[in-house]
Design a binder for this molecule. Structure first.
Ligand code: NAD
Length: 440
């Protein structure tokens, strides 16, 4: 099939390349010329395992191409997938302006029957409006329908998640649309859940917000564990054997970040409010998460009083390992608090430093300063305190002894519960983590 994909971000690019890998003929469209030039040269603008490999393979055999020329990309497409961003407005509602722009571009370009498939996460009812919008601006007399096909990939494992998804959700309002989508996904050989368009839109939010709730619940319980002397890791282990609960998403930490959970929780709460309903569970997940992001800073502030003039090692900047994405990362909340007090930060991240430096350039910064270093040793050397914000493999591999050896005072605040309490104690490290004895 001839498929075009609008947006070459985490969702659009991965989907486009995976469709090509499955034998479809794909054109990826973006308004960002730099991105398209990079893609054409075989370089992925985002860090995702195996993505460049599949990009090169499918580009060389002519199954995938990249362009800013949306008209030629959309004109003869059998299906156009929309994977542009839907960031949050300040009031928590979803910003649908990028979706609206693409819808209009599609309407003005298509010259044959075409299924438009929205992969972006959009509030329930949006796709009805997108369909209406396209019909309003349609230039040629062609059949066009809109389907919902929400994306469930996780950054860091996006290619694998797409090729081996647990399920493909398709939301359609006609047999015609359903059959096109079934045909597109046939080579993937994955379970397909076919529902109405509105239910598909809701499945996405309900799934993401459930996961966010699970994280906030565990963080809430972790905070109580600290107060009553229980260990959240033992508690999670005990819970995980119950398959009604499951073993995933039970890790306590410094809260959820990324481009999805924070905005999708707020967007669903907003949608409910618009319908006169208060979504109390989701609201609680948001509130707990807001506090959790700075829990380490508060703990360290109690111990150190001020960070003025202290050398602070920061290990991990991205919102999770395996990605260079910083959106809603805990580091973005904590680093400004440290700088505001005059900390001298030495930060290490295997892939996120360049993006972080766009927000906090190297050198003097507020009352403090920030230096990006290329290895963990340089961050720890002579440090008064260390914060761990992301559980990258190379950070997890650091021996407790190294903190004792390199730091001026071996004081570690770990937001990802990487270390065994006994190992840190044996190595002579003063160690604070989340929801475990001695963590306050
Ligand atoms: P992103 O910001 O990484 O990428 C969006 C891309 O769309 C950008 O490259 C931008 O230049 C491009 N774009 C904007 N307007 C355009 C236009 N008119 N035509 C063509 N391209 C245009 O976004 P993302 O992280 O891939 O997320 C996209 C959507 O998918 C969002 O709704 C998000 O909630 C959802 N989603 C994201 C993830 C994730 O892990 N990132 C997972 C599931 C769902």
């Amino acid at each position: 099939m001839n498929i075009s994909v609008a947006g070459t971000g985490y969702v659009g690019l991965v989907a486009g390349v995976c469709f090509a890998e499955m034998g479809h003929c794909v054109t990826c469209v973006d308004v960002d010329e730099n991105k398209i030039n990079l893609l054409k040269s075989g370089v992925s603008p985002i860090f995702e395992k195996d993505l460049e490999l599949l990009m090169k393979k499918n580009y060389l055999c002519g199954r995938v191409d990249y362009t800013t020329d949306f008209q030629s990309a959309y004109r003869n497409a059998d299906a156009i997938f929309i994977g542009v961003g839907t960031p949050e407005h300040p009031d928590g509602s979803a910003n649908l302006s990028y979706i609206a722009t693409v819808a209009r571009q599609i309407a003005e370009s298509i010259e044959k029957d075409c299924l438009v498939v929205v992969k972006s996460t959009v509030p329930v009812g949006t796709n009805d409006k997108v369909e209406q919008f396209i019909h309003d601006f349609l230039v040629h007399d062609v059949r066009v329908e809109v389907a919902s096909n929400p994306e469930f990939l996780a950054q860091g494992s996006a290619v694998n998640d797409t090729l081996h998804a647990a399920r493909i959700v398709i939301g359609t309002e006609s047999k015609w649309a359903e059959e096109i989508l079934r045909k597109i996904y046939e080579p993937f050989n994955l379970p397909i859940v076919s529902v109405s368009r509105r239910s598909a839109e809701m499945i996405k939010y309900a799934s993401n917000d459930f996961l966010a709730l699970k994280i906030s619940y565990m963080n809430d319980i972790a905070n109580l564990c600290e107060l009553v002397g229980a260990d959240i890791q033992d508690v999670a282990k005990g819970m995980s054997f119950d398959d009604r609960i499951g073993s995933k998403f039970l890790n306590a930490g410094i809260g959820f970040g990324g481009s999805c959970f924070p905005k999708d929780t707020k967007a669903l709460e907003y949608l409910a409010k618009q319908h006169g309903y208060e979504l109390r569970t989701v609201k609680s997940a948001i509130d707990v998460n807001k506090d959790q992001k700075t829990v380490l800073f508060r703990k360290a502030s109690k111990r150190l009083i001020t960070f003025h003039g202290l050398k602070v090692a920061v290990l991990g900047l991205t919102f999770k390992p395996g990605t260079d994405d910083l959106r809603e990362a805990a580091s973005l909340e904590n680093v400004p608090l440290l700088l505001e007090q005059g900390a001298e930060i030495f930060a290490f991240d295997p892939v996120g430093s360049n993006n972080f430096a766009k927000v906090h350039p190297q050198g003097a910064n507020g009352k403090g300063s920030i230096t990006y270093v290329g290895n963990i040793e340089a961050a720890l050397d002579g440090a008064n305190v260390c914060f761990i914000f992301t559980e990258w493999g190379e950070i997890k591999a650091v021996s407790p002894k190294l903190y004792k050896k390199l730091m001026r005072t071996p004081l570690v605040y770990d937001g990802r519960n990487i270390y065994n309490l006994k190992d840190m104690k044996l190595a002579g490290v003063e160690y604070y983590s989340i929801g475990r004895p001695g963590s306050t």
